[in-house]
Structures are given as structure tokens and as C-alpha cells.
Design a protein around this ligand. Structure first.
Ligand code: ATP
Length: 253
């Protein structure tokens, strides 16, 4: 398949409980560049949507393709190959706490490196060079040998971003990457994510609660409510009436 067709989602439905859809038919066509922010109230299915894309959650119906290659309807080795092209940044970082920063970053290559090499910690020299480059890029050049559990939240998320980029992904998913961080660190992490993914030409789909951050950093906002997309457009088009529709009520506006 030719490269760079972006992420295409058609008729995506997810029912954790049969007959009770959480996602009720999502259609999205995302360009292979820029940041798309998914906003919406708690429980509306934002995480479910993100996790259907990399198949951490199994869609009930619908199709998803990345650069023309299917992400749905595949399993085993095919799914492993597809997944290694999708980086993921998590709210709670998901680092291996007792391992060093460097080992955590290198683990982004696990889908590419034979298991025996990973066990023996014999990563190819080019992977190690890239890991140092990324540690530098995320502002942690002197932290390679520190254990992950000795880092602050912001530093952990920097490692999480480096690990995701270590995959040389065709798509980066971020599930509330700033929700555990203080407001200043949250902005710094968003700036970093935006800068590095733009430099690497990697499109990002980010699930985010903070509407201001979404508007500041995303090129496109997808507003969800009740398992459906109710707004889809550039940040400048997102008006208070859309926010009322997405979040309900207006006392909070
Ligand atoms: N593994 C699961 N089994 C059953 N129900 C689930 C599961 N995961 C999520 N749900 C339900 O699906 C709905 C959507 O959850 P999801 O986490 O996708 O929403 P969200 O919009 O990301 O919420 P939040 O912003 O609070 O993270 C919720 O009602 C949730 O309880």
C-alpha cells in the first residue's frame, strides 16, 4: 500500500456489553500530519476510540486503516507488525520502574529487535544512537542511567514520549498524556510532543480533557458526546455552543 494516507476510521462501533454501544458509529479521516485532539466528557468513549486504533480494545464493528493498511481484521504476526508502527503515550507513563531511562527508551524497539537481543540487552548500535538522540531531544541527556522510579512525573512523560518515538511510528496515540501533570509541566509536555512529532512528521491523535490545551496545540478538534462525533473542525471553529453540546449545561463556561 502506498504510504501516508493517514488514519481512516469507518463505522466504528464498540460494545463492551452486547447491545450497549460505547462508540456508536465513528467515521474519521485523519491526515498523515498534525495533531488531532479528541475532547468530550468523561465516559464518552475517548479512550475506547484511541484503544480501538491500536487494538488494545477489540472493535465490535467497523474498519480502521493506517496509510491504507488494515488495523482491524488482522491478528497474530500481522497485528504485531501493524502495532509497532503505532506509538502510544499513556497518562500514567507506563514505564518499567526498576529499569533505567535508557532501557525504557530502548524498549520502544522491542517490536523490531529479536527477543534474544532484547534479553541480552544487545540493541543494535543505531538504536542506541537514536535513543541518546531522543533523550537529548526530550531534555534528559544526563538521565540515561537513572532508574525510572527516580524521575518526576514530567520527566517520566518525557521518557514516555522518547520511547514512543523510538518506534519510528507512522502514528502516535496519546491517552490523556498531561492529566497527571501540573499545568506548567502539562504545557511543556504538549510543546515537546508538538515539536518532536512535527519534526519527525508523525501524526498524533490525543485524547485530552483540557480544552484550552487542545485548542492551543491541535490542528483539528474532534468533539465526542454519547459515543458519537458531534464536532469536527479546526480549533478556531469551536464555539461555546459546541462546548455546551459536547459537555452539556453552561454554568462551567
Ligand atoms: N473494559 C471495559 N469493560 C466494560 N466497560 C468499559 C471498559 N472500558 C470502558 N468501559 C466503559 O465504556 C465507557 C467509555 O469509557 P472510556 O474510558 O472510553 O471513556 P472516556 O471518554 O475516555 O472517559 P474518561 O475521560 O473518563 O477517561 C464508560 O462507560 C466505561 O465505563
Amino acid at each position: 500500500m502506498s504510504a501516508r494516507q493517514g488514519l481512516v476510521i469507518k463505522g466504528l462501533v464498540k460494545e463492551y456489553v452486547p447491545g450497549k454501544p460505547v462508540l456508536r458509529g465513528i467515521d474519521l479521516d485523519l491526515a498523515p500530519e498534525g495533531i488531532t485532539a479528541i475532547i468530550g466528557p468523561s465516559g464518552t468513549g475517548k479512550s475506547t476510540l484511541i484503544r480501538c486504533i491500536n487494538r488494545l480494545v477489540e472493535p465490535t464493528r467497523g474498519e480502521i486503516t493506517l496509510d491504507g493498511a488494515p488495523l482491524t481484521g488482522i491478528s497474530g504476526g500481522q497485528l504485531r507488525l501493524a502495532r509497532r508502527r503505532i506509538g502510544m503515550v499513556f497518562q500514567e507513563y507506563n514505564l518499567v520502574e526498576r529499569l533505567t531511562v535508557m532501557e525504557n527508551v530502548l524498549s520502544g524497539r522491542l517490536g523490531y529487535v529479536p527477543l534474544w537481543r532484547a534479553w541480552l540487552r544487545k540493541y543494535p548500535a543505531e538504536d542506541i544512537a537514536l535513543a541518546f538522540e531522543l533523550l537529548d531531544a526530550v531534555g534528559l541527556p544526563d538521565h540515561a542511567t537513572r532508574r525510572a522510579d527516580a524521575l518526576s512525573g514530567g520527566q517520566r512523560q518525557r521518557v514516555g514520549i522518547a520511547r514512543a518515538l523510538m518506534q519510528r511510528p507512522a502514528l502516535l496515540l496519546a491517552d490523556e498524556p498531561t492529566s497527571s501533570l501540573d499545568p506548567k509541566t502539562a504545557v511543556e509536555i504538549m510543546e515537546l510532543l508538538a515539536r518532536l512529532t512535527q519534526a519527525a512528521n508523525v501524526p498524533v491523535v490525543i485524547n485530552i480533557h483540557n480544552v484550552e490545551l487542545a485548542k492551543r496545540f491541535a490542528n483539528r478538534i474532534v468533539g465526542m458526546e454519547g459515543g458519537r462525533v458531534v464536532f469536527d473542525g479546526p480549533p478556531g471553529d469551536l464555539q461555546p455552543h459546541h462546548l455546551r453540546q459536547i459537555y452539556g449545561g453552561e454554568d462551567w463556561l
